[in-house]
Write a protein that binds this ligand. Sequence first.
Ligand code: EPZ
Length: 427
Amino acid sequence: MDRIRIKGGRQLKGDIRISGAKNAALPLMVSAMLSDRPLTLHNVPRLADITTMIQLLTQHGVEVSAVAGENGHAHGTTLVLKAGKITSTTAPYDIVRKMRASVLVLGVLLAREGQAKVSLPGGCAIGARPVDLHIAGLRAMGAEIDIDGGYLVARAPKGLRGARYTFPKVSVGATENLMIAAALAKGTTVLDNAAREPEITNLAECLAAMGVTVGGIGTETLTIEGGGALKAATHSVIPDRIETGTYAMAVAMTAGDVELVGGRLDLIETAAQTLRSAGVTLESTARGLRVQRTNGALHGVDVMTEPYPGFPTDLQAQMMALMTRAEGASMITETIFESRFMHVPELARMGANVTIHHESALVRGVPKLRGADVMATDLRASVSLAIAGLVAEGDTTLHRVYHLDRGFERLEEKLAACGADIERLKG
Ligand code: EPZ
């Protein structure tokens, strides 16, 4: 298994190109199953999760072809997806267990084929993560869903029909599943208390390009007129806001100065405000955004994760790594996932001072971190350890790099190009 070795102490300086967003690309790829017309997606990142989604879609009968982007893989890939015929309505355990986002095929299979058998994803390193809201929403649209042998077995013999559904809790995945299903359901679907993440907006705009009328884009009430004819479409994946925020925090950690090319400051506004309070400068540029911490120490700031536009849970671990070196203390509260502090014991092995109390972690800044062998159980936790490694004294070796590869494209190359002493050790 690959490892990544980092020798701390170098400032990051230069440019980093931001890739397309994994969490936007995955539902966009699923939406290709809505019709037999091709969907062309630009700016798809090269990541293990995208490969897993291609595997899943291919076994449902989707033809997927990839064309390298304008400047090789550095500018992402263009995927052409064509679901001429759905050849299987089963999403097998072996694929779903690798990637929870596989459950997004439930809605589209039901809507197009009237049936679906999708493995239940089960829990994962960051929490129990049930799919009850996906199920309740699809039932409101007329689906019958049972659980048998670890699978969701769903039927809609008369097809899905538009419905009004109010999410009792904001869910990104359930909002996406229902939006995609609603595109083929007969009549109007109204989703209240829908997620407002930029990835949802990216999906809504793709559905619109395919010929679906979607109202309320960017708000918590989405209206989708289903059942119309769909057409071939071309759409671009938005830049990855989590990758953008992650590199901003890495730059801040090393007191560096980097332009995040292709990144968008407007997609990370809350995280940017938090970083500014901590003593970091962020400003939009013609090519993306520039992040600097050229004078002064980092200050401890409090953070609470919330659905968009709040501070993203997917940046919580990285922010904690940064706060381990701040002057003063920082209270970090995780409200989205119940066990998303798996990085804390590993940061502690590097000398961080963090105390967990229920859903909050009190981080007291320390003057230095020391390199260590560390490993993480999810991708955001993994990258938080890399951020700590950038300033730790001596070598940090990051194990289980396959977590990182699920969501960060060529991390070590991007950091090395800005001056980090970092390398991938094969095998
Ligand atoms: C998406 O997961 C992202 N994944 C996650 O990113 C991200 O952390 C999360 O949204 C929150 O922003 C993808 O987009 C592929 P949710 P998702 O449904 O859709 C509970 C990463 O690192 N819930 O918004 O699964 C759930 O347990 C990943 O890239 C239910 O109770 O998240 C959680 O507490 C990790 N019942 C909360 O809602 C349900 O049916 C929000 O989850 C669904 C969710």
